[in-house]
Structures are given as structure tokens and as C-alpha cells.
Design a protein around this ligand. Structure first.
Ligand code: FDA
Length: 513
């Protein structure tokens, strides 16, 4: 009720002020709505029907972050930690069970400190990938034949806090694996507001926070990252192809035998828009190769002649320039613009493919998707370094046995919001249609492509008589995201957060003792 909200607001504000945390906003403030909305990427979760927080707190130091967690707890508010706000299901700024909550938004914790000598960086969790890449780019040494880089995703407004927590796949992951594979240390603020480092949090927790998904363990204040060396000049391309179903299917079919098997320095992904049945079908290939044009031409002419690649399709750029290009930005300086992308309405799902889909089946898939609403599928090649990391090295398990991942999405305009359910239902039917072609037992999914269709925690039922019923329940989607690593995640959760302070619709539950 209104009176309860006001009482919570008064409570938390006096606690915050007495803890020296000055930067926060309450629902009565004129800036509140804009702050809550500021980084919401999926506007489905900005609609008026979605519950709003009782407070938004914007720490600007580790001490502020600790105070924010302590005060949210002492005011009995659930905690949602937000870095870049790109959660596919809005989990960083909503709750599923209508409990009053506070958003702790890390937008002011975004310092990046690069140590070019050791090739490492400390980055605060609220930095965006664009801010991280830009800072790394500043350290390119003109006299060296290589540049520093970091392996993570392509959208520049993603938060480092969320993406590293769930893995972080990007254009150099076939060479250097995931963002989370390249974490050397971290500072984690736990449920009592205490800060832990790699040393003090212990092996299980340090393992869990690197890929076990955001929102379960505490608030990551900062990551220490292993940077990597890439050639000063690399090659990039984007190729569009159009044609009848058979042509698009032939290219996708062949890609399955090329993308995952190319040398590690090659990344070629496939993007196919849905809902194109009225005209010529289309697809595009995004390519990045850590090497010169000639190497790309020589390799792809031999392995993928059907692509019809011409030297004029290729550009040689620096790594940081390539990050701007693939984020859809005009210049490297735009990487630091946290606001350029306004978000949209969407729903996504993911899959893993372990053996190539036959030409006949690819044709059927292309037919099916061409009859859908507006959306896309994206195929990301694995293999290379992705296949060489052991599947229990970190919680992210999708390694050697996977050829590629599929990301499915539908998106729509605000004027079409009344048809949202229809579009989402189509996506679910397409996902059902794909069942024979993808991983099974369990059907795997990528935790950073969060999908609440796979199941959700019901904390109100957590003590329904069956001991550890919430763990048994969470296994059903937990094993899709984490495979055999699920049990170790539950052990880590029980160590760091036995009272389940950090919970959300798909967080890892603790064991009950
Ligand atoms: P957000 O702030 O919404 O947080 C996501 C989750 O992590 C929430 O549960 C949140 O509570 C928790 N969390 C956030 N900060 C935390 C912190 N400091 N400590 C602990 N928990 C924290 N992925 C990928 O691997 N490669 C890619 O190329 C892309 N590309 C991409 C493009 C676009 C447009 C979108 C919307 C998403 C992607 N993703 C992706 C998926 C992305 O990795 C995923 O959505 C991340 O969780 C986003 O992290 P944010 O910090 O932005 O999200």
C-alpha cells in the first residue's frame, strides 16, 4: 500500500544517510522514474503493470555499496543489483513475487584501471563493455606489434557486472574463451555487507561467481581481468546474402561444417531474420579474424567458397575499432556512450547444437522461421578455445561437445504491444519445432540468455514440507544452464548466502539445514 511504501522509504533513507550513502532516489522524487528506467534494455519490463522498486540506490564507492546492502536488509527490502540492465528477463530491476525491493544500480561504479605492463585490468562492475573496451584501447602501444584486448560480448552498453557473472561470449572467444574464463580476482560484497576477495571468499564461491549467473552470490564490486594480446591490425567483414529458401539453407548448412572448425583466430557467425516470407529471404555473416586480409581470403576461399567472399568485403582495423563497429557505433569514442541505445520489446531463447543439422532439415527450419513475426536467429560458432576449456573449470559447461549456440528472438514496436503474447507464443512454438535438432537430456541453454520459460523459483513454497524442495525444483532449469556443475553451485550458495538474501526468479537456492 501507499503507506507501507512511504514507511519503507523513510526507513531506508535514514539508514542510508547515517551510513554516509547520499546518492539514492525514492518514489516521491521527480527523478525517480527516469533513474529506474535509465538502463532498462527490454522495455517489456518498463511497462506500468510491472512493479517498481521502493528505492533506487546509486553507490559510488565500495563502502556505499556495502551500506546499500546493509540498509536494504535492515529495511526488509529485497535486493536487486543492476549493472548494465540488459537482463533478458528484467531480473536486475523487478521481482517476481511482489515483495518490496530496492534496486542497487552500479552506474556510478565504472572506473577501469588498466595495467598494461602486467596485461591486467581492475574494472568496477557498473562499467559497460564499451567503457572497458575504450579504456583498453587507450593503452595500445604504437611501438608494439600487438594490442591489448578483452574477450567479452559485442553490445557496448552491456554491464560488466552481469555479463561476466554469466560467462560472456564474444568475437574472440574461439581464441581466448569467455570473459569469465579470464577473471583473475574479484571483490564480492556478500549478504551482510562484508567484502570478500578471491582469497577470502574461498574456492567454491570464486568458482561460482565466474559464470554461475548474476544475482545469486552477492554484489560483485569489481573484477580483475586477464587481458589478451591481439595483432595490431585485424580483419572484419559483414556480408549480406539474399535468395530463395534453398540458397539460404545451403549457406547455413555449409557454415555448420566451417564456423566451428576454422582456426581459433576466425569468428564467423550467422544471422537470419525471421518473418521474411513475403520477399526474398536474407541472411548475414559477421566475421572477425585476428590476422590480415590475405590470410582470411586464402583460408575462406578454400574452406567456404560458397560464401563468395571478395577482398573488397574486408576491412583492416584495430581491435578497439572492431568493437565499435560490431556494437553499431560510428567511432571508438562512442563506446563510452551509455545511453545510445534506447532498448526495445523482445523475448529470447537459446539452444546448443552438437551435430550438424541435415540440409533437408535446414530447409524446413528456414521455411518455419520465414513465416514468423519480426525477429531473428543468431548462430555463434564454438570450437577452438571454447572446446579446450574443461566443462567444470567454471560453472559455464557448454564446451567441447557443442558446435554452435543458437539465440532466437522476437521483437516488436510499442504500437504492437497488444500482440506481444502472440509473438512470444510463436517463439515458443519455433523452439518446440527445433527440439530434434539440438542438445537433449537436458536441453541446454546459456544463462546470459536468461529464459524464464525454463522454470522459476517459487520462494513462497520453499518450506512446503519437502526438505530442499527449492533445490530439487531449481535443478530442472539449473542443469540446462550449468549441467553437472549445478550441485557445486548449490554448495557455493550455501556457503556465501545460506539465508538466500540474493535471490531472483532463477537464482541458485541454498541447501536448508
Ligand atoms: P543486468 O544489470 O540486467 O544484470 C543481469 C543479472 O546479473 C541480474 O540478475 C543482476 O541482478 C545481476 N547482476 C548485475 N550486476 C551484478 C553485480 N555487479 N554483481 C552480481 N550480480 C549482478 N551475452 C554474451 O555473452 N555475449 C553477447 O554478445 C551478448 N550480447 C547481448 C546483446 C544485447 C542487446 C543484450 C540485451 C544482451 C546480450 N548478452 C550477451 C546477454 C548479456 O550478457 C546478459 O543480459 C547480461 O546479464 C547483461 O549484464 P548487465 O549487467 O547489462 O545486466
Amino acid at each position: 500500500s501507499g503507506a507501507e511504501v512511504e514507511a519503507e522509504a523513510a526507513n531506508i533513507s535514514s539508514c542510508l544517510l547515517s551510513n554516509g550513502v547520499r546518492n539514492f532516489s525514492l518514489p516521491a522524487s521527480p527523478s525517480f522514474a527516469a533513474l529506474v528506467r535509465s538502463s532498462i534494455r527490454n522495455l517489456r519490463f518498463a511497462l506500468p503493470s510491472v512493479g517498481k522498486p521502493a528505492a533506487i540506490i546509486l553507490p559510488s564507492s565500495k563502502k556505499d555499496l556495502q551500506g546499500a546492502i546493509r540498509c536494504a536488509r535492515s529495511s526488509s527490502l529485497a535486493i536487486r543489483v543492476r549493472s548494465g540492465g540488459h537482463s533478458y528477463e528484467g531480473l536486475s530491476y523487478t521481482t517476481e513475487n511482489h515483495v518490496p525491493f530496492a534496486v542497487i544500480d552500479l552506474m556510478n561504479l565504472r572506473r577501469v584501471r588498466v595495467d598494461s605492463r602486467s596485461g591486467t585490468a581492475w574494472v568496477e562492475a557498473g562499467a559497460t563493455l564499451g567503457e572497458l573496451y575504450h579504456a583498453i584501447g587507450e593503452y595500445s602501444n604504437l611501438s608494439s606489434s600487438t594490442s591489448l584486448a578483452f574477450s567479452a560480448g559485442s553490445c557496448s552498453t552491456i554491464g560488466v557486472g552481469g555479463i561476466v557473472s554469466g560467462g560472456g561470449f564474444g568475437l574472440i572467444s574461439r581464441k581466448f574463451a569467455l570473459a569469465a574464463d579470464n577473471v583473475l580476482d574479484a571483490v564480492l560484497v556478500g549478504p551482510n555487507g562484508d567484502a570478500f576477495t578471491r582469497e577470502s571468499m574461498g574456492d567454491d564461491v570464486f568458482w561460482a561467481i565466474r559464470g554461475g549467473g548474476g544475482g545469486s552470490w552477492g554484489a560483485v564490486y569489481a573484477w580483475k581481468l586477464q587481458l589478451v594480446h591481439v595483432p595490431r591490425t585485424i580483419t572484419v567483414f559483414s556480408l549480406g546474402r539474399t535468395g530463395p529458401v534453398q540458397h539460404i539453407a545451403k549457406l547455413m548448412h555449409k557454415w555448420q561444417y566451417v564456423g566451428p572448425y576454422l582456426p581459433d583466430e576466425f569468428y564467423i557467425s550467422v544471422f537470419i531474420p525471421t518473418g521474411t516470407s513475403n520477399g526474398n529471404l536474407s541472411m548475414s555473416f559477421t566475421g572477425q579474424v585476428l590476422g590480415p586480409k590475405q590470410h582470411v581470403m586464402a583460408t575462406l576461399r578454400q574452406t567456404f567458397p560458397e560464401l563468395g567472399l571478395a577482398e573488397s568485403d574486408l576491412s583492416e582495423v584495430s581491435w578497439v575499432e572492431s568493437t565499435a563497429k560490431f556494437a553499431g557505433l560510428n567511432t571508438v569514442n562512442d563506446l563510452t556512450n551509455r545511453r545510445f541505445d534506447q532498448g526495445g520489446y523482445s523475448k529470447s531463447k537459446s539452444d546448443y547444437v552438437r551435430s550438424p543439422i541435415s540440409m533437408r532439415d535446414v530447409v524446413e527450419i528456414i521455411r518455419y522461421l520465414s513465416n514468423g513475426p519480426q525477429g531473428s536467429i543468431q548462430l555463434d560458432p564454438y570450437g577452438g578455445a571454447m572446446a579446450r576449456v574443461e566443462s567444470d573449470a567454471i560453472p559455464f559447461p557448454h564446451r567441447a561437445s557443442n558446435l554452435y549456440s543458437i539465440q532466437y528472438g522476437v521483437s516488436w514496436q510499442p504500437s504492437d504491444n497488444d500482440r506481444a503474447e502472440e509473438y512470444i507464443q510463436w517463439l515458443r512454438s519455433f523452439y518446440a519445432f527445433m527440439t530434434p535438432y539440438v542438445s537433449k537430456d537436458p536441453r541446454a541453454a546459456y544463462v546470459n540468455y536468461l529464459d524464464l520459460d525454463l522454470g522459476t523459483n517459487d520462494w513462497t513454497n520453499a518450506t512446503d514440507g519437502t526438505r530442499n524442495s527449492s533445490v530439487i525444483h531449481a535443478r530442472s532449469w539449473g542443469e540446462r544452464y550449468f549441467s553437472n556443475n549445478f550441485d557445486r553451485l548449490v554448495r557455493a550458495k550455501t556457503k556465501i548466502d545460506p539465508g538466500n538474501v540474493f535471490n531472483n526468479a532463477q537464482s541458485i537456492p541454498p541447501l536448508q539445514h
